[in-house]
Design a protein around this ligand. Sequence first.
Ligand code: NDP
Length: 287
Amino acid sequence: HRTPLSLLGLGAMGTALARAWLAAGHPVTVWNRTPARAEALAADGAVVADTAAQAVTANTLVVVCLLDDRSVGEVLDGTDLAGRDLVNLTTGTPAEARERAERSRRSGARYLDGGIMAVPPMIGVPESGAHVFYSGSRELLDRHGPTLGVVAGTTYVGADPGFAALHDVALLSAMYGMFAGVAHAFALIRKEDIDPVGFAPLLADWLVAMAPSVHDTAERLRSGDYAKDVVSTLAMQVAGTPTFLRTAEEQGVSTELLSPYFALMRRRLDGGGGAEDHTGVVDLLAR
Ligand code: NDP
């Protein structure tokens, strides 16, 4: 016996979720604003609801995966959520998730928010490492853990319904920092006779070697000691920044991605952080 569920939203992600649940033998009722997207799933055994309200009524477990929080509001408006277990896998902000949780509570529904750390091809593939950050009702995750675990691993990050979104966005923000650095690195070698494909493993290995510095930063943030056992002081790092800027200039590369970070390092140095590592930048940002 597999838990039946309703799924609202059949975009790229919703469709991947539906396929994974159907493949695992869960009875799935689907609804999508544009009905054509449900046709292929109907052929795979999904029940297609005519309206969002019907889909919500069909099962206790209701999963939504829509474009953004606004579309969730539009879709759930006018549905009866009383007694439902609502799992919202739509990407949003922490405040949006908290507001959604509060509205659900007033409607008589339990609420679990999720932030998907995967792209659609990773869904339903345990080896892919796909997982979803969940926050809100722990009871709901305990009850539906086996069902939710079919599509991706489950990582509970707290009762505050906003925490899943916060973890999701925090990780993706770090990813964009990495993308920015990678873009600058490739730009530096772009006009030279250096094969980007040969350069790539050097770059990737370096990023992997540097990734554990995350743990060091975390320990420093926890202890408040940013200067203990520092191997690369901020003073030394700031002294080195002209080399990075001049190299960019020599190669004809814009420094617009690098400069904002250098400016923060400089500000912390000027504030007396020369003997520290780069952890103090966190405090400059988190005002
Ligand atoms: P798509 O753009 O493929 O699909 C968007 C879905 O939202 C469609 O079902 C669309 O319906 C529906 N929708 C949009 N606006 C409205 C509206 N006003 N009323 C009703 N339905 C609406 O997006 P994805 O499926 O890729 O993404 C869904 C969620 O999953 C997003 O929050 C995204 O951030 C998140 N996510 C996606 C990832 C990805 O790689 N794709 C990765 C991680 C998270 P219609 O078919 O009628 O247009």
